[in-house]
Design a protein around this ligand. Structure first.
Ligand code: CP
Ligand code: NVA
Length: 320
């Protein structure tokens, strides 16, 4: 695997390895402190970020490497010089490119032209690092995710798409509850089928709040993603009845967890009473961005060292 642009490109084996390595990195961070010495990443961001930027910067440093942030919020990538030329410069200095782009195509083009790995730190279409952290967070709670159901409610956006891929790779069922005007990508069902290896896992879309019944976890995200600010009024109107409230949480019939990738627009897509409740995992999700992305950086930049380490751990486990 050279790049990490979409969870669609992963195999179930690789997904499991990544989650396994994430657990190891989280529990024994000191064992990984030297693994990226001499390596550096550039973070190219066309949009704002708190979590993605800081966890990639800190992650590189905690692994012995370095990171440089290039703020591209004032001009789109490819504007001052071509994406090809940019990629061919960056690959000479850096070992990895983390890109947060408006168009998913921009990240794909960078990956095509750069010889070094490109990580999608969110595009208009997908947010794979987020979904990786989310599944990792749920695994910490439940261990096995097979037979669990995640309901994504609100706008069928980039986070929703990556969660659909992640659910398929993890053997979970996913129900997308959105207005018909804000459904997930039309290829979601097809992608789910292709990626899923579990006979019991399923994906479906509905515009009815009845879709909440039986949810083990309720996930929502902003109704207005970055770049959609002009549509705010219309979106808030259409999505109003999909707000996550204590009543909506109760309608699952279970003691469901609540998740949100953050930033949250409090009392818009979710009420304070839900996001601040004991069922809320939002800050655990945010913390785990750091651990899973460190594992991802190791997998892409030091696969042999990581592989050797994981193998030794396996043998140590058998012996113990
Ligand atoms: N969840 C997430 O990606 O947050 P940022 O936009 O702050 O990076
Ligand atoms: N869907 C949101 C996620 C932010 C992390 C956006 O694209 O703005």
């Amino acid at each position: 695997m050279k790049d990490f642009l979409s969870l669609k490109d992963l195999t179930v084996d690789l997904w499991k390895q990544l989650l396994h390595a994430s657990a190891e990195v989280k529990v024994r961070p000191s064992n990984f402190r030297q693994m990226l010495v001499g390596k550096s990443s550039v973070l190219l961001f066309e949009k704002s970020s708190l979590r993605t930027r800081l966890t990639f910067e800190l992650g590189m440093k905690q692994l012995g490497g370095d990171a440089v942030y290039l703020d591209h919020q004032e001009s789109r990538l490819g504007g001052r010089e071509s994406l090809t030329d940019m990629a061919r410069n960056l690959e000479r200095w850096f070992d990895c490119i983390v890109a947060r782009t408006f168009s998913h195509e921009t990240a794909v083009k960078l990956a095509e032209h750069a010889s070094v790995p490109v990580i999608n730190g969110l595009s208009d279409a997908e947010h794979p690092c987020q979904a990786l952290a989310d599944v990792f967070t749920l695994q910490e709670k439940w261990g096995e995710l097979q037979a669990k159901t995640l309901v994504f409610i609100g706008d069928g956006n980039n986070v929703c798409t990556s969660l659909i891929h992640a659910a398929a790779l993890s053997g979970m069922s996913l129900v997308a509850v959105t207005p018909s005007s804000h459904q997930p990508h039309s290829k979601a069902a097809e992608d789910f089928q292709r990626l899923s290896t579990s006979a019991t896992a399923s994906y479906r879309w509905t515009d009815s709040l009845d879709g909440l019944q039986g949810a083990d976890v309720v996930y929502t995200d902003t109704w207005v993603s970055m770049g959609q600010e002009e549509e705010t009024r219309e979106r808030v109107q259409v999505l109003q009845s999909y707000q996550v409230t204590p009543e909506l949480m109760a309608s699952t019939g279970r003691n469901s967890y609540f998740m949100h990738c953050l930033p949250a627009h409090r009392n818009q897509e979710v009420t304070d009473s839900v996001i601040d409740s004991p069922q809320s995992l939002v800050f655990e999700q945010a913390e785990n961005r750091l651990h899973v992305q460190k594992a991802l950086l190791l997998l892409l930049l030091a696969p042999q060292e990581l592989g050797r380490y994981m193998l030794l751990e396996k043998f140590a486990g058998w012996k113990g």
